[in-house]
Design a protein around this ligand. Structure first.
Ligand SMILES: C[C@H](O)[C@H](O)[C@H]1CNC2=NC(N)=NC(=O)C2=N1
Length: 101
């Protein structure tokens, strides 16, 4: 693997997905759908993820439908998945783990 902005190999993506069991690969993007307790909890997650994304200057695409969120992580400038997306997915998991079921 080279610099952070370089696309990961299929092998690296496979390894990363091995540790991100709730995530799937879709169109060169890491995707995770999650249903929260209610709409305010979903928005709380979005706000926490937004803070992390802004700190990292790396932003997921987020779909909000009532209490279901879909996060899509890819590096737009690179046209696919980089180490930045694996890190972001891990951070999103951390946010979700801190939420009530
Ligand atoms: C200038 C700034 O670094 C870019 O616009 C960043 C911001 N956040 C980003 N987020 C993601 N996911 N992909 C990008 O290419 C990207 N580019």
């Amino acid at each position: 693997m080279g610099t952070m902005a370089e696309l990961l190999s299929d092998e690296d993506i496979g390894k990363a997905l091995g540790a991100l069991s709730e995530w799937r690969l879709e169109a060169a993007t890491l995707v995770r759908e999650v249903e929260l307790a209610d709409f305010p909890h979903a928005i709380q997650v979005v706000n926490r993820v937004a803070e992390i994304a802004e700190n990292d200057n790396h932003h997921p695409d987020i779909d909000i439908r009532w209490r279901t969120l879909t996060f899509r992580c890819s590096t737009h400038s690179a046209g696919g998945i980089t180490a930045l997306d694996v890190s972001l997915a891990q951070e999103i998991e951390g946010v979700l783990e801190a939420m009530p079921a």
